[in-house]
Write a protein that binds this ligand. Structure first.
Ligand code: ARG
Length: 469
């Protein structure tokens, strides 16, 4: 039986009927639908709507449906179900008879889908945060293994200053940790329970909403039934956070693609994550990186689809809201699919430290350190900048680096130069002067690694606490 056919004089157009269904994609919400239904059934019993026996048979029926779904790996089939809510009702009645129809007392699918989606996003957040901890762990491990190895840092993609390889990798760890934080923040806000909101105005039976919220590990019931049945902010927040994570990953992927090109040669692509060309026998292509970059665009597309679907919708529930499900699922699947691969890639990749180091020592990477040398000898910074600029100009003419200039040549620019200059522009000295919190001096980077490890550990702890809640 349909959930709403009583007032209809005509049957639905068959093509329309199929087309408006959501079961094909919302069946993946089945486990949440069953949990929410069990909470609702218990509340109905407490409200005196169900007898103890009726409750028992409904709970048993729901459990059987769950077992059947587990046996079919969640891919339940039904050629007639309109959506996951209809599916459960049909299954329940088939198993326990007409009493199954009592489950829907005082509730609406509008509050159900709002609840199922919150439960889905909450679980996805926990899984994603756990994967992010692994990704951050892999980046930090590689940073630690790199020790004091140096590489060029770029601004405008031009040589800027040398940094530790570890410092560069930790930059990504910061981005991913912020993403994990944003997910936690989204989780906090979404963790309220719409059950009992009814279709729009609130349940028509005296159901204990706080009880249902508690049953499902929500922090409490939602505050307003109109908002609760039409709010998808949490979906938007979540998918936007995934977009930003995708953006970070795509910056990483792009950098790795550039660094793996023959021109840079900093990164040896791991064969296990690359493919060849059917035409050019020599090729090894950065497929994983390219797909990560491409899939980031796909996730952003989902975020935009959600914004556009929700924009201008009058309150409260509108069937347009059904269109928010697929972008949500696709964005979640996409990001969950790629995070373990990113961690695997990072573990397998080889850095050519020699080449990176060499690159970090040419192209006047020590010019700012040279100017700082003058500043430390009392020369005003602007003047020191200008004079080192002149020294660079001289080097460009002579095709050499700053440390190759003779002391007389330097002293012709400023009499403050002495032999100590040559020590100050050596690679280790250049790294060492960036001795501030968050700077690339080796001791600071070691602190950075320890701090990152600490944050990753806290992230793992938080995920564990949620998993056991
Ligand atoms: N499949 C629907 C959705 O995803 C469930 C809610 C249906 N509510 C309604 N009033 N037709 O939005």
């Amino acid at each position: 039986m349909k959930m709403w056919s009583g007032r209809f004089r005509q049957t639905l157009d068959a093509q329309f009927e199929r087309w408006q269904r959501s079961f094909e994609f919302d069946r993946r919400l089945l486990s949440y639908e069953l949990a929410a239904s069990a909470a609702h059934a218990r509340a109905l019993k407490n409200a005196g709507v169900l007898s103890a026996d009726e409750l028992i048979s409904i709970l048993e029926g729901l459990q059987q449906i769950g077992e059947m779904a587990a046996a079919s790996k969640g891919l339940v089939e039904d050629d007639d179900a309109e959506d996951v809510h209809h599916f459960v009702e049909k299954q329940l009645v088939a198993r326990i008879g007409e009493v199954g129809y009592k489950l829907h007392s005082g509730r609406s699918r509008n509050e159900q889908i709002a609840t199922d989606l919150r439960l889905y996003v909450r679980a996805a957040i926990d899984e994603l945060r756990s994967e992010l901890a692994d990704v951050c762990g892999a980046f930090t491990d590689r940073g630690e293994q790199a020790g004091n190895a140096a590489m060029p840092a770029y601004t405008h993609l031009q040589h800027a200053e040398p940094v530790l390889v570890a410092h560069w990798l930790l930059a990504y760890v910061e981005m991913f940790l912020r993403d994990a934080d944003r997910l936690a923040d989204c989780r906090k806000r979404l963790n309220v329970c719409p059950l009992g909101s009814g279709a729009v105005a609130g349940a028509t039976l005296a159901i204990d909403r706080a009880f249902m919220a508690h049953e499902l590990d929500f922090d409490g019931p939602t505050a307003n039934s109109i908002d609760a049945t039409s709010d998808r902010d949490f979906v938007l927040e979540f998918v936007n956070t995934l977009s930003l994570l995708g953006l970070h990953l795509s910056r990483w992927a792009e950098e790795m693609i550039i660094f793996s090109s023959q021109e840079f040669g900093f990164v040896q692509l791991p064969e296990a994550y690359s493919t060849g060309s059917s035409a050019m026998p020599q090729k090894k292509n950065p497929d994983l990186l390219e797909l990560v970059r491409g899939k980031a665009g796909r996730v952003m597309g989902s975020a935009v689809a959600l914004l556009v679907a929700l924009k201008g919708l009058p309150l409260a529930y509108n069937k347009d809201l059904q269109e928010t499900q697929e972008p949500l699922f696709d964005a979640t699947d996409t990001v969950l699919g790629l995070l373990p691969l990113v961690a695997g890639w990072m573990k397998a990749v080889q850095f050519d430290h020699e080449r990176m180091n060499e690159a970090s020592q040419s192209g006047f990477m020590n010019a700012w350190a040279a100017a700082t040398y003058l500043v430390n000898r009392g020369v005003p910074s602007r003047i020191a900048h200008e004079q080192i600029g002149k020294a660079v100009k001289l080097c460009l003419e002579k095709q050499c680096e700053l440390q190759d200039l003779a002391l007389e040549e330097l002293r012709a620019l400023n009499s403050a130069f002495d032999e100590g200059f040559y020590e100050c522009v050596k690679p280790a000295a250049v790294l060492a002067i960036h001795d501030v919190v968050g700077g690339t001096a080796p001791a600071r980077v070691r602190q950075g690694i320890a701090a990152a490890r600490h944050k990753i550990e806290s992230l793992r702890e938080e995920v564990k606490i949620h998993a056991h809640a």
